[in-house]
Design a protein around this ligand. Structure first.
Ligand SMILES: Cc1cc2nc3c(=O)[nH]c(=O)nc-3n(C[C@H](O)[C@H](O)[C@H](O)COP(=O)(O)OP(=O)(O)OC[C@H]3O[C@@H](n4cnc5c(N)ncnc54)[C@H](O)[C@@H]3O)c2cc1C
Length: 468
């Protein structure tokens, strides 16, 4: 079967939002495979969203496939916290971005309730929180300029600069820089002094994931992944960190794990996070081509500390969905906003420089610093945040300390255009690349981006093995 027919059958040629239903419906396990069975074996490294999705596609073709996962869990950066809260509190991904993509549609298919998050940001200007409408009415022209800059990022066609330098060039007043950083860089796991403005603009132009942001109200996202990919969970070998990939033999690839055990296969799909690749935790023999590794230097993946602070009662306006500050957390958001009657919880992802400034501090010290930031913004009677703080239901999770993740999300650095495609170049038609950093449709750093990268990698693989 030729590539075009495979594409049609797998519906990989249709827009991202249409892919998942067709995968499930047209490639259900009972369906005949597209092609006489391939006799080789595929190993997928990593059981995050990309690895699970790739495994499902390959299994559907009756091709022998196994997933080797370093940790004891599947999901990777989709991870639930202990059930402290009366809603599913996520340590990794929690927003579903857009209503027309593989992830959103897959969730909807399973009957899981998704609620759209209204957009009501509170922006701290000169230490005082205010809603956008009020800042426009005042008017606060620095704030308005910053908001216009954010709205026009999709049309940016100036030089490839850091977002910070682009903000400076646009003469946005310093007191409003965090308005841009908190809305644009923070959700991408980056700070504005390292992210490429062209990368952001290209991603916005390429984005085809639909509108809105959503929370699942009744299930954690790792539960959702588990039910979407229930078929392939038994194929995962846990606690199997791959440390060496030897592809010297043209007919056999030998993977070695942390215990020295070997795993043999004919094709590999690698889905490990970019920061793991950059750390050289996996040795390749022969060494990887420069075309792949040089691209790694044009994509960033910073440290990221996910903080969730719980309060006895909420001291901010109850309709607020996010608070943008100049402090350690450029953006706090309210994960309970559409999930429970009580929205007493603030979450934040502290990244880049702000995260670096917290290196060496204990969890208690970090919490105290964040509470001090919040006390200054909500100052009544010596600090509302500190007074209302509910320590038992609060937590800190440092993604950079996770040995098999080592950071938050990927983002394009200056000169990063084309780097994701470059790093995904298959090696000898035997080693293929998936994972969010290799997503090409403007949706890296998302769960659907990870899944779509697996679509691409599976297609590249089928192109080779189903024609041979
Ligand atoms: C704090 C945070 C918040 C986020 N928020 C959102 C959000 O709101 N919405 C959204 O869509 N996305 C969000 N993301 C991004 C999203 O979680 C990721 O893009 C996506 O989950 C990545 O999936 P993946 O399969 O590419 O990688 P991962 O999920 O990282 O999976 C890779 C897997 O590889 C395994 N592995 C690593 N090294 C080895 C090895 N040597 N051998 C074997 N296995 C190995 C890891 O253990 C892991 O399970 C967030 C991420 C973070 C960290």
């Amino acid at each position: 079967m030729k590539r075009r027919e495979i594409l049609q059958k797998l519906a990989l040629a249709v827009p991202a939002g249409m892919m998942f239903p067709s995968l499930i419906n047209s490639c259900a396990p009972k369906d005949p495979p597209l092609q006489p069975v391939y006799e080789g074996k595929v190993i997928i490294i990593g059981a995050g969203a990309a690895g699970l999705h790739a495994a499902q596609l390959i299994k559907n073709q009756n091709v022998s496939v196994e997933i080797l996962e370093a940790s004891s869990l599947y999901g990777g950066r989709v991870k639930i916290n202990d059930p402290f809260f009366d809603f599913p509190q996520e340590q990794g991904a929690d927003y579903i971005y857009g209503n027309s993509n593989i992830w959103y549609n897959g969730i909807k298919d399973k009957g899981i309730t998704l609620e759209e998050i209204p957009k009501k940001g509170s922006f701290v200007m000169d230490g005082v929180p205010a809603f956008e409408a009020d800042l426009i009415a005042q008017p606060d022209n620095d704030f308005i300029n910053a908001q216009n800059f954010v709205s026009n990022l999709i049309n940016y066609n100036g030089p490839d600069l850091t977002l910070q330098n682009a903000v400076v060039s646009a003469q946005i007043a310093q007191r409003a820089h965090h308005v841009v950083e908190g809305q644009v860089a923070t959700p991408a796991g980056a700070t504005y002094n390292n992210m490429s403005v062209k990368g952001i603009s290209d991603n916005l132009k390429n984005w085809d994931g639909g509108e809105g942001r959503y929370f699942s109200t009744n299930q954690s996202l790792v539960q959702v992944l588990g039910s979407l990919y229930n078929d392939v969970l038994s194929l995962i070998k846990f606690n199997t960190p791959i440390t060496n990939i030897d592809y010297t033999d043209p007919t056999n690839i030998i993977l070695t794990d942390g215990d020295g055990n070997t795993h043999e296969c004919t094709r590999v799909i690698l889905t490990v996070p970019l920061a793991v690749l950059k750390s050289n935790a996996i040795n390749f023999s022969p060494a990887l081509p420069l075309v792949n590794t040089s691209a790694w230097n044009r994509i960033g993946m910073s440290g990221g500390i996910k903080v969730t602070l719980s309060f006895i009662s909420n001291f901010w306006d109850k309709s607020t969905t996010a608070i943008y500050t100049e402090g350690y957390a450029r953006q706090y958001y309210v994960p309970g906003i559409v999930r429970t009657n009580s929205n007493r919880v603030l979450s934040a992802l502290i990244v880049g420089d702000q995260a670096d400034a917290l290196i060496g501090k204990s969890d208690e010290e970090i919490v105290q610093l964040l509470l001090a930031d919040l006390d200054a913004i909500y100052p009544a009677q010596g600090g509302k945040a500190s007074k209302e703080f509910n320590e038992a239901d609060s937590y800190i999770f440092d993604w950079s300390k996770q040995e098999y993740i080592k950071g938050a999300q990927s983002y394009l650095l200056v000169s990063g255009t084309g780097a994701a495609a470059q790093m995904s170049t298959p090696i000898q038609d035997r080693i293929f690349w998936a994972g969010e950093a290799t997503a090409l449709n403007g949706n890296n750093a998302t769960v659907q981006g990870a899944m779509e990268s697996a679509d691409r990698a599976a297609l590249e693989l089928f192109d080779v093995i189903l024609e041979s």
